[in-house]
Ligand binder design. Structure first.
Ligand SMILES: *[C@@H]1O[C@H](CO)[C@@H](O)[C@H](O)[C@H]1NC(C)=O
Ligand SMILES: *[C@@H]1O[C@H](CO)[C@@H](O)[C@H](O)[C@H]1NC(C)=O
Ligand SMILES: *[C@@H]1O[C@H](CO)[C@@H](O)[C@H](O)[C@H]1NC(C)=O
Ligand SMILES: *[C@@H]1O[C@H](CO)[C@@H](O)[C@H](O)[C@H]1NC(C)=O
Ligand SMILES: *[C@@H]1O[C@H](CO)[C@@H](O)[C@H](O)[C@H]1NC(C)=O
Ligand SMILES: *[C@@H]1O[C@H](CO)[C@@H](O)[C@H](O)[C@H]1NC(C)=O
Ligand SMILES: *[C@@H]1O[C@H](CO)[C@@H](O)[C@H](O)[C@H]1NC(C)=O
Ligand SMILES: *[C@@H]1O[C@H](CO)[C@@H](O)[C@H](O)[C@H]1NC(C)=O
Ligand SMILES: *[C@@H]1O[C@H](CO)[C@@H](O)[C@H](O)[C@H]1NC(C)=O
Ligand SMILES: *[C@@H]1O[C@H](CO)[C@@H](O)[C@H](O)[C@H]1NC(C)=O
Ligand SMILES: *[C@@H]1O[C@H](CO)[C@@H](O)[C@H](O)[C@H]1NC(C)=O
Ligand SMILES: *[C@@H]1O[C@H](CO)[C@@H](O)[C@H](O)[C@H]1NC(C)=O
Length: 596
């Protein structure tokens, strides 16, 4: 048995700057689970899989002490949290040295001007395929209005495809040049599907049940934390009123279902206005694939009213019918618009929401393709360049004048079609306070999504075919939503605009874990040329870890494995218990002797 070792320590105390602090203590370790009926080691936080929801309020300082109780290096990244001026806390290999096995490292960052739904996950070596993820809720401060009434409850739902092979086996497959293939299923909050069909779902699998009361309104936050599958999310018999995505309030619209791509987060208001004659299915099914072949890649949970008449039965609610209309999902994506009159949670910098009147100063067309062999290894590239994680984090290399850690010559346009892709550590030279256009062109036959760390980007357009200069005339110039993960349909492009006001080194990555692991990522370096002092960027944190060429600055830590310690403590317990019994007996005997 695994014991819950470190409880989440949560406190709000006044800080010097006046903004409250929230403290968390996380022991990240393997936990045995069998979400799809096959026993495997998953990554838990304080013994829990998935990890706890981080429930904080905008402008709070967040301190998370992470103990790496795994047998390999670890970093936690905070998907969608902007870490203003502070890429030191971003938890990716371009900015942080990984936390060695048995060591701990304390993240400390402020969630500045952000309100909404985000999530965290382990960023190194395909670990997300084994868990270690959880939701982040950033609440508004009381003084800031929210464009809807206070919900009766707040429910985080993590959906994601899942493999019965563990992350080390999956990694081995990619290293050997194999594709991961179709996932074995979809988990909802770490649990397998409800047995809605005896021939499709084996017996003995634990499913998730979401308990609600009738006649109420709940905010549900849905995150796709999976490896590479886009998922259609729907709840039988209920409308999903979309209200927010990744920190932007959207125009409020009802959807019977919504496609949530890998790495994306949405929140909906769910009104429990149905008759509760039975439980209702909550479904997350594979999308933008041949759905009849991918039937097993379906997550099913139950929505249970407190007055429910009994279990759900019968077929699942239908997925979108678009076998003959590939624009259906894209049109739905285009319908997600920003609510311009909602006062709060405007992206930084203030004023950039008038994005259509700002001139673009840099434009990058980033073309992706299916993985190819480079030097005998399977690699994935952007603009023909496949990124290799650095031994010395790029930002740290800059701070210490380490030369040759990277080059600043990432190409603005894809290479000629016949140019051979290569491995490189090439970085985008972002101009501080410039306005950058990022166009993702997906030349793969698979759905992709891309994430930009440090920023929210305005998703101004997407369409099938090749992007051309003329495509700019189709951009949404008024109410594009600002978010951090954008989907790119196969054979299509997606364009985004971003104001480069946040100094640092920022990861732009494929959210599909396999593409990312194989090198489909790049960094954008943003430096304020006039900044000698710490005005626009925070200094190297005092607890920074050092590795690679800077290894000499690192002080050793005594490895401290709580899970291992607990296991050995459990093994000696019988003896300890026996000693206690002996002591107790002696006490009783002593008392009797004394009494007589
Ligand atoms: C993953 O599974 C393989 C067996 O398929 C096993 O050898 C390996 O130790 C496992 N890794 C972890 C982290 O559980
Ligand atoms: C999250 O925090 C908010 C604001 O502090 C609080 O109202 C709410 O009850 C918390 N939710 C949970 C599930 O703890
Ligand atoms: C972790 O790091 C902090 C300092 O950041 C230290 O006080 C603590 O003792 C360390 N160890 C563990 C096991 O958390
Ligand atoms: C936008 O936000 C405003 C202000 O909070 C709200 O009154 C309005 O209903 C919202 N509009 C839509 C279309 O969601
Ligand atoms: C279960 O799924 C199989 C395969 O799709 C299908 O043929 C069968 O009709 C389903 N059973 C029920 C009871 O829906
Ligand atoms: C959404 O659907 C609910 C019924 O489930 C309805 O009451 C509400 O008016 C709809 N809202 C919008 C904005 O369409
Ligand atoms: C409850 O609603 C469902 C449709 O959502 C309907 O099929 C069923 O007949 C209703 N039951 C009652 C008792 O009204
Ligand atoms: C999807 O797979 C089925 C086989 O289950 C096949 O009949 C169908 O043609 C495929 N559809 C497409 C669009 O490839
Ligand atoms: C944008 O560029 C146009 C033409 O190059 C110029 O006339 C205009 O003043 C610029 N706008 C801003 C806000 O710089
Ligand atoms: C990077 O861009 C800045 C302008 O923002 C420019 O001054 C500098 O020369 C560029 N560096 C390289 C290596 O191109
Ligand atoms: C990939 O690019 C080539 C050359 O432009 C084009 O012919 C092909 O249709 C594209 N495929 C996809 C899936 O975008
Ligand atoms: C920046 O901050 C660090 C630590 O907070 C300090 O050591 C350093 O002197 C500061 N640099 C400047 C130029 O103020």
């Amino acid at each position: 048995m695994w014991r819950l070792l470190a409880l989440v320590v949560f406190a709000a105390v006044p800080a010097m700057a006046g903004d409250p602090y929230a403290f968390f203590d996380w022991d990240v370790s393997y936990v045995t689970a069998a979400p799809l009926g096959v026993k495997q080691q998953v990554i838990g936080i304080n013994g829990k899989f998935p990890g706890p929801v981080v429930n904080i309020t905008t402008n709070w300082n967040v301190v998370v002490n992470v103990l790496n109780d795994l047998d390999e290096p670890l970093l936690i990244t905070w998907n969608g949290i902007q870490h203003r001026k502070n890429c030191w806390q971003d938890g990716v290999l371009g900015t942080n040295c990984p936390i060695p096995s048995g060591w701990n490292w304390t993240y400390e960052f402020q969630v500045k001007d952000q309100i909404g739904s985000f999530f965290y996950f382990p960023s190194t070596g395909l670990q997300r395929a084994a868990g270690g993820f959880g939701g982040i809720v950033v609440n508004n401060r009381g003084v800031i209005a929210v464009p809807f009434g206070r919900p009766d409850g707040d429910i985080t739902i993590l959906i994601g495809d899942w493999y019965n092979r563990n992350h080390t086996d999956l990694r081995k497959m990619l290293d050997e040049g194999k594709e991961l293939g179709m996932p074995d299923g979809v988990l909802i909050n770490g649990k397998g599907p409800y047995r809605y069909n005896d021939s499709l779902v084996p017996a003995g699998i634990e499913h998730e049940t979401i308990d609600v009361h009738p006649g109420r309104t709940y905010r549900i936050r849905v995150h796709n934390v999976g490896t590479s599958t886009s998922l259609n999310f729907r709840i039988q018999g209920h409308n999903l009123l979309l209200v927010e995505t990744e920190g932007s309030y959207t125009t409020q619209q009802n959807y019977s279902s919504l496609d949530v791509h890998v790495g994306q987060s949405y929140s909906f208001l769910l009104t429990t206005d149905q008759n509760a004659s039975s439980d209702y299915y909550v479904v997350a099914s594979a999308r933008i694939v041949n759905e009849s072949l991918w039937q097993r890649v379906t997550g099913v949970a139950l929505l249970r009213y407190s007055n429910s008449g009994g279990p759900a039965s019968g077929p699942l609610p239908d997925p979108p019918q678009d076998q003959y209309d590939k624009t259906l999902s894209m049109n739905q994506a285009r319908s997600v618009r920003w609510n311009l009159s909602a006062g709060a949670a405007r992206p930084n910098p203030q004023g950039s929401f008038r994005y259509s009147s700002i001139n673009v100063t840099q434009a990058y067309l980033l073309r992706s393709a299916a993985p190819v062999e480079i030097g005998g290894k399977l690699r994935a590239a952007l603009n023909g360049l496949s990124f290799v994680p650095p031994e010395t984090p790029l930002r740290l290399a800059d701070a210490y004048g380490v030369e040759g850690a990277y080059t600043l010559d990432f190409p603005e346009r894809p290479p000629a079609p016949d140019a051979a892709p290569r491995v490189a550590r090439s970085v985008i030279n972002g101009t501080y306070r410039g306005f950058m256009e990022l166009i993702f062109q997906n030349n793969d036959t698979r759905m992709q999504s891309y994430h930009v760390d440090g920023y929210a980007v305005f998703v101004v357009g997407m369409d099938y075919g090749e992007w051309t200069e003329a495509s700019r005339s189709t951009y949404n110039k008024g109410d594009s939503v600002a978010r951090s993960t954008v989907q790119v349909y196969p054979g299509a492009w997606t364009a985004a605009l971003v104001s480069l006001d946040n100094v640092g080194f920022w990861n732009v990555r494929s959210q599909n874990l396999d593409s990312w692991y194989l090198g489909q990522e790049v960094y954008v370096r943003v430096v304020n040329p006039e900044d000698g002092a710490n005005k626009t960027e925070m200094a190297v944190p005092r607890n920074a870890l050092y590795c690679g060429q800077l290894h000499k600055y690192q002080k050793e830590q005594t490895p401290h494995h709580k899970a291992a310690a607990a296991a050995s403590a459990a093994a000696v317990r019988p003896l300890a218990v026996r000693r206690q019994i002996v002591a107790l007996v002696m006490l009783v005997v002593g008392a009797l002797v004394f009494a007589s």
